[in-house]
Design a protein. Sequence first.
Length: 276
Amino acid sequence: MMPIFLGLLGSLVIGTSDFFARYVARRNHAATTAATGLIFATSAAVLVASFGPGRFLGADYLFGCASGVASGCALGLLYRGLAVSSVAVVSPIVAVLLGAIPMFWEVITGASLTAGVLSGVLVALFGLLVTTFDPALGDRVKQGVILGFASGLCFGIGLVFMAQTTVEGGLWPVVGQRSTALIILIGFCTVRGLPRLVRGHALRFSAAAGILGSVGVLCYTAGFQRGSVTAVAVAASVFPIPTAVLAATFDNDSLRWWQIVGIGLVVTGIGLIARG
C-alpha cells in the first residue's frame, strides 16, 4: 500500500505543480517556464536528499541523470502542448503513456501481473481518458496529440530509469534528474536566444511549480524503490485530475459530469491495483 500511496501523493503534488506552470506557460515560452521551475526544483531536491535517508551512490545518480535527459525534454514538450493546444488533448495522452510504458517495461523484464492488477490498470487508464475528455477541441488537436505523445513517451522512459534506483541510494537520483533537466533546458534557451528566467509576477508561480514538482518526483522515486513499478506508475499517472479540479475551483473551468465519472473510475482502478 505504501508505494501506491506515495504514487498518489506524488500525483497530487505534480498536478498542483502543473496548475501553477500552466499559468506561467501562457505568458512565457515553454522552455523558459520549465527552466525557471527547475532552478527551484533542483534546490529543493538537494535540500531534501541531503537530510533524507540513504547515501549518494554513483550508479543510482547516473540513472537519475538519464531520467533527467528524458524529463527535460518531456517538460518542455508538455508546457508547449499546454500553451498551444488544450489540457484535454495533451494530458490524457501523457498520463496514459506515463502509466503504460513502465508497465510494459516491467512485463518485458519478466514481472507477472495478476488479473486484479491488470484490471485495475485498464480501469484507471480508461478513467483518465474520460476525465480529460473535452468535445470542444477545435483545430488544436493535431499539435496537442503530437506534443502529448512525445512528452508522454519521454516521461515514461524517465520513470523507467528512476525505477532502477535503490533504497540505499536515497533521493540523490532526483537531484541528478532535476539538475540534468535544468542543464538541458538552460542550454536550449541559450541556443534559441530565449529568456532563461521568468520575470515579474509569474516568478512566484514558477517557484511553486518547481518546488512542488520536485516533491512529486521524490514521492515517485521513493515509491519505485519500495514496490511495484506498474502500481506506482499508474498511481503517478493520475496527475491530470488535481489539475482539473484546481482549474475548476480557481480558473472557473467547469468540471463536467463525465469528468466526475472518470475520477470515480480512476479511484476504482487504483483500489483494484492495491488489492492486487
